[in-house]
Design a protein around this ligand. Structure first.
Ligand code: AMP
Length: 495
């Protein structure tokens, strides 16, 4: 059982904001990171979006900044003291919104700047003075160069989703930004993995960091019913329609691997009468935010999206997730299906597996430590359908027209790109297939919401679950192997 926020003795305005959010207890990353940040130590954290990471760094930083809190209208009294850097606009926007909520009863000001938007309103906000600045690196550099952002009083830096920042090619920008900051500062780095590049970054910019690793939050994944249907590429849309209809599903995320595929699929589904919107990296910022809002408000039913565009989006209560394309990266599978079955609600995750996807499924199988059994997709009516326009549509022909050939939603090999362009591009997701070590263990992360440690003796929830009927199409009889892939560890180690 994790502890309550009251044990932190946060300043009253912060405690009030937390209480208002309805959080009952701290998540593991909060429990581990908040006291460390309060002590003023650097942190290297392995935690993903969805684990409560934003509060884990923003609450203690706000708490420390309360010493400077003042109601003065003078910009000079509100210098940037905390800088939070994120790789994408959506993430920056989301983090900034959360920071605003946590700081709402204080006089501490926050702002967000990211590319793809007019600089003027951002400039105006910066000029008024903000204590917490959330930014994507490219746009921040633009503001630094324009002398809109002065960073010589920064005391705290958060490099969030650092691995993704490196993927996008932000390292030179990051290094430049960090060179503008005072040497004496607290640096918090969060990353999904501790790759050699991340470790190098950490060793250059962090001082004696405390390393914190927590399991990816899969608070409700045990409530997600997972299916893998064997479907020819030409039949996926038909399969999607059939499942939506059969299940009476109101809303769903539909994941595809490429920007072009995303746009085309959304258009096709729209033509077929489904209220659909697309979210991918080639959309303008405004379009992306509108697409999200439309989905959140229920104006549209299907959000067709690519991984990077959807990563970290905090949309609750999505009843179903479709993997129209099996993700190239097995970790994205976990991330995608984490969109559904949240907060105890039951969720459905359906993956359409084309014959060429077999090795990707093997990757997922290894990562989730669960044998995946492909189910055949049986179509209700295996005959030509008549469209609303009275045209006879053979699902295959329509599909071909919809998909065409396209490129994965990824930037390709790292090469110099303009800063603005980088912020609209998405990181290289595809990895060459390399068999994962066979000793990757089954781990109960699907069944353990927000728990910091797993008792070695306790029967893992997945074993209990295996004894009862597993989700259809998933074998329950998988032998546990060794414990836990590094990414999903729950241990805390100090370095
Ligand atoms: P994050 O990982 O920071 O993006 O947070 C994911 C979601 O978890 C957000 O909707 C937060 O509002 C929510 N959250 C953060 N901390 C807690 C907590 N202690 N209890 C419940 N929900 C939380």
């Amino acid at each position: 059982m994790t502890s309550s926020f009251s044990t932190l003795n946060l300043a009253e305005p912060l405690a009030r904001a937390v209480a208002e959010m309805g959080y009952e207890s701290m998540t593991p990353i909060q429990e581990q990171a908040i006291p460390v940040v309060l002590q003023g130590k650097d942190v290297m954290g392995a935690a993903q979006t969805g684990t409560g990471k934003t509060a884990a760094f923003s609450l203690p930083l706000l708490q420390r900044m309360m010493a400077h809190e003042n109601a003065s209208t003078s910009p000079a009294r509100h210098p940037v003291r905390a800088l939070v850097l994120l790789p994408t606009r959506e993430l920056a926007d989301q983090v900034a919104q959360q920071v605003k909520l946590y700081a709402k009863y204080t006089n501490l000001r926050s702002a967000v700047v990211f590319g793809g938007m007019d600089m003027k309103p951002q400039t105006a906000e910066l000029k008024k003075g903000v204590e917490v600045l959330v930014a994507t690196p490219g746009r921040l550099l633009d503001h630094i160069e324009a002398k809109n952002a002065v960073l010589n009083q920064v005391e705290y830096v958060v490099l969030d989703e650092a691995d993704r920042m490196l993927d996008i090619g932000f390292l030179p920008d990051l290094q430049r930004i960090l060179s503008y900051l005072p040497k004496k500062r607290i640096t918090l780095l969060f990353s999904a993995t501790f790759s050699p590049e991340i470790k190098r970054l950490a060793s250059s910019y962090l001082q004696d960091p405390v390393t914190i690793e927590v399991a990816r939050s899969n608070a409700t994944a045990s409530t997600v019913e997972q299916h893998f249907y064997s479907v020819g590429a030409d039949d996926k849309r038909r399969a999607l329609h059939q499942i939506l209809k059969a299940r009476g599903m109101k809303q769903a995320f539909v994941f595809v691997n490429s920007k072009l595929g995303c746009a085309r699929l959304a258009r096709s589904l729209e033509r077929e009468g489904l209220k659909t919107t697309a979210l991918h990296g080639d959309k303008s910022q405004d379009e992306r935010l509108k697409a999200l809002e439309a989905f959140k408000s229920g104006e549209v039913d299907l959000l067709v999206c690519t991984d990077v565009a959807a990563r970290g989006l905090d949309i609750k209560d999505v009843p179903a997730v479709f993997n129209f394309d099996v993700p190239f990266n097995a970790e994205d599978y976990v991330h995608r299906i984490g969109r559904t079955g949240r907060a105890g609600a039951s969720g459905l995750a359906v993956s359409f597996v084309a014959p060429s996807d077999t090795r990707l499924v093997t990757d997922i199988e290894k990562l989730i430590k669960t044998k995946i059994e492909l189910e055949p997709m049986e179509f209700e009516e295996d005959r030509p359908r008549i469209s609303e326009q009275g045209r006879i549509n053979d699902g295959r022909r329509m599909y071909r027209e919809a998909e065409g050939s396209d490129q994965p939603d990824e930037p390709g090999v790292k090469q110099p790109v303009s800063r603005e362009r980088r912020e609209t591009r998405e990181p290289r997701e595809r990895r060459e297939y390399a068999p994962r070590p066979s000793n990757i263990a089954r781990d109960p992360f699907f069944d353990k919401p927000y728990e910091s440690t797993l008792s070695a003796e306790a029967q893992p929830a997945w074993e209990a679950a295996a004894k009862s009927a597993g989700p259809r199409g998933m074998s329950a009889n998988i032998k546990p192997k060794k414990k836990i892939a590094a990414l999903f560890k729950t241990a805390v180690t100090e370095s």
